[in-house]
Design a protein around this ligand. Structure first.
Ligand SMILES: N[C@@H](CCC(=O)N[C@@H](CS)C(=O)NCC(=O)O)C(=O)O
Length: 207
């Protein structure tokens, strides 16, 4: 059954394209462009899933929403034993934790920062707490990055794919403060699979 990625330009969906390229899986991309003024997804995405967000993966005749679930299912099906730690191992537990941390925790201060900054002076009282939480989450990620350059074990896993997005944002906002995360993002961007995904997916955060 064909795999279809509903890909919004310059978005979390880049992770899914990158992983599919790493796994060598055939897939089709349907492209959607953000609104030039609001930066929001176009309404056509709501015809695919009620939330109208990206990534969305069509597989086995159903639509899967949530990057973490998409990454997990692709690693399980096409990883051939790689991209996920040994089931039942300590690393598997750590992997589960970080797969959820990426969207469940790390993205919260990132999104709050984005939205509250748009309020200007009205949002100013919230900014110290948001910046403190941004630093806490980015600092935590920087501290757990392993000498191997991975978050779990010494090879690429789904957790690296999921954490690539907050790491890229940390690198864009403060590369000097988070040199480990900046190096992690640069190592990903240098991979042929990532570059193939970038070529197919279109411009991504200035790359
Ligand atoms: N937790 C979801 C978040 C999905 C999400 O918010 N995607 C953004 C792209 S980075 C989006 O579609 N934004 C457009 C909009 O909200 O209109 C996931 O990881 O899949």
């Amino acid at each position: 059954m064909a795999i279809v990625v509903h890909h919004l330009n310059n978005s979390r969906s880049q992770r899914v394209l990158w992983l599919l390229e790493e796994l060598g899986v055939d897939y089709e991309i349907r492209h959607y462009q953000r609104d030039a003024v609001t930066n929001l997804a176009p309404p056509e995405l709501k015809a695919v899933h009620p939330l109208g967000k990206s990534p969305l993966l069509e597989i086995d005749g159903r639509v899967i929403e949530e990057s973490g679930a998409i990454v997990q299912v692709l690693c399980e099906r096409y990883g051939n034993g790689a991209w996920l730690p040994e089931p039942g191992s300590d690393d598997a537990l750590r992997h589960l934790e970080l797969m959820h941390f990426a969207e469940g925790s790390a993205m919260t201060p990132i999104l709050l920062n984005l939205y509250v900054a748009r309020l200007g002076e009205a949002g100013a009282p919230l900014m110290p707490r948001i910046h403190e939480q941004l630093a806490a989450h980015f600092g935590y990620l920087e501290s757990i990055l392993r000498p191997s350059g991975h978050f779990v074990g010494d090879d690429w896993t789904g957790a690296d794919v999921m954490l690539s997005f907050p790491a890229e944002i940390a690198a864009m906002q403060a590369a000097a403060t988070y040199p480990g995360l900046a190096g992690f993002a640069a190592a990903i961007h240098a991979r042929p699979a990532w570059q193939a995904a970038r070529a197919k997916g279109g411009p991504y955060f200035g790359t």
